[in-house]
Design a protein around this ligand. Sequence first.
Ligand code: NAD
Length: 500
Amino acid sequence: MSASPDRITHFIGGRPWDGASTRTSEVFNPATGVVTGRLDLASADLVGEAVATANAAWAGWADASLAKRARVLFAFRELLNQRKEEIAALITAEHGKVLSDALGEVTRGLEVAEFACGIPHLLKGGFTENASTSVDVYSIRQPLGVVAVISPFNFPAMVPLWFIPIAIACGNAVVLKPSEKDPSAALAVARLWTEAGLPDGIMNVVHGDKETVDALLTHPDVKAVSFVGSTPIARYVYETATAHGKRVQALGGAKNHMLVLPDADLDLAADAAINAGFGSAGERCMAISALVAIDSIADELVQKITDRMHKLRTGDGTRGCDMGPLVTRQHRDRVASYVAAGISEGATLVLDGRDGEFDGGPDGFWLGPTLFDNVTPDMSIYRDEIFGPVLSVLRVTSYAEGLALINANPYGNGTAIFTNDGGAARRFQREVEVGMVGINVPVPVPVAYYSFGGWKNSLFGDTHAHGIEGVHFFTRGKVVTSRWLDPSHGGLNLGFPQNV
Ligand code: NAD
């Protein structure tokens, strides 16, 4: 343990919180196992203070012209771009993912800020002149008030950025609750808003755990909740917050399949399986964890993947390695327990990541890339979201069998097909019951101006993140029917209004 871990605290009303916390938790550097931070955890009372601060600030921000709001967004975008290396370093230090991957995450978040810079255009409503004689009808969208964002550990900067620029551009005030495992990147990004000229109180951060989250889900002045995390918690957040009258988008866990047809370019497919299976140590909601191969090419594909796995270097994310450690010791142990489970359930262990050599501290949370072949749908390594560097190969005899397997899975976040047959790819995009589909693209994360979200147990609520769905989530629609008085249209008429 380091001698003096840094204190990491809340950010409320444009300032770091200066109170004394009765509850704290430890933040680790996963590549060394050393405690680097002591995080203040917010009580329900402190959440109340943060929400009250946001609520007092939001009306002024909602009244700010679109020109003023867009200028703050542009300034924020510039600052984030200037500081992206700093933010990436914070991600690597607390999450463990390698620096290039951390930088990629910040860049994808930055793209949402760029999308939100177009808010004047995005909030344009419809207008119908003379819908009835001398009557015009138009639609406008207005902010909600205080909105909560609750984010997971695996994208500590990008996931908050999926929501916050759009929520702010739409005229809301935000209270963010980042993951307690790696809170510093989100905190650093939140501070940039103040530098960008956002009024104090519009962007707030409270750190914490279940107690903190529950206070947000039940607070009467929180109007909407954007949550991303595991499926059980997403379901709980959805049920609790909707029961308290809030609109909710709760994105959950995943088990993403990659279907490889016999006509695919197998070198491309093998590269893709490696990148999507082991990038960020498999701690991505869009990671490929189940590779579905048609029998006739399965042996060759497994060989190509194994050859590539031998070349991967696992170690400290600051040392140019391919893959970093897992986020916590407990999570590493949980993932390693699935390797043992896969063996006892009868899968073929092709490469065992528990045996690896690691370029990092002896107490880091290490597990190397692991490959199982001959996995079947009844095994726990297939059924559960492992969220680590464990790739399972399932063999099928046909496209139809592969599709049925994917559609029977309770998750529906992302999927990919590898083929050179356009007709097969088109059929797959139409028939697969998954929210985000890649064709020869293994991690099909939609660009910021489309929306991100899965189906089935991967999303509760009906609104996906960012894109125009994000703008709709963070605003309420209003339709105005107006007539500038013409005396000839006066008179009593108790019938239902008809357009004439
Ligand atoms: P998690 O569910 O443990 O935590 C997510 C958030 O919920 C954190 O802020 C955490 O503090 C809070 N939380 C945890 N337990 C809680 C409880 N009992 N009550 C209330 N709040 C609680 O998830 P994680 O481990 O941080 O992240 C990994 C998970 O997130 C994986 O399942 C992954 O698939 C999922 N994820 C999904 C997406 C997506 O877009 N669908 C994106 C990223 C991550």
